[in-house]
Design a protein around this ligand. Structure first.
Ligand code: SF4
Length: 115
């Protein structure tokens, strides 16, 4: 399940360098211009940062918890997107495909959205 960024975002940029999958973009337009899909209704008007569900793995394979949420100073800004259900296995596959030169650790799993 991808995470999404809500309208609570203050565009501080703290999350951007922390994402291991380069899934975060400053605007919806930027994400789409680079060929990355963003969930319907998210980041409309390019007013807040967005997460592409093509690239987000909940940080599975890299970290024990989503790094964007961990560094975000705002509550309820980086949250799970219920419209993008994915299994742990598929998230690990996605992480490996996106990062062929990085070691993907199957023990690094955030169980947050599946419990
Ligand atoms: Fe990137 Fe992890 Fe946030 Fe997904 S949960 S956008 S992979 S930092």
């Amino acid at each position: 399940m991808s995470l999404l960024i809500t309208e609570e975002c203050i565009n501080c940029g703290a999350c951007l360098p922390e994402c291991p999958n380069e899934a975060i973009f400053e605007t919806r337009s930027e994400a789409e211009e680079k060929g990355n899909n963003v969930g319907e209704g998210q980041g409309e008007g390019d007013t807040v940062y967005v997460i592409s569900y093509d690239r987000c793995t909940e940080c599975v394979g890299h970290f024990d918890e989503p790094q964007c949420d961990a560094v975000c100073p705002i509550d309820d800004c980086c949250i799970a997107d219920p419209d993008v259900p994915e299994t742990t296995e598929s998230l690990l596959e996605k992480a490996a495909k996106l990062n062929p030169d990085k070691e993907i650790d199957p023990a690094k799993v955030w169980a947050g959205v599946r419990n």
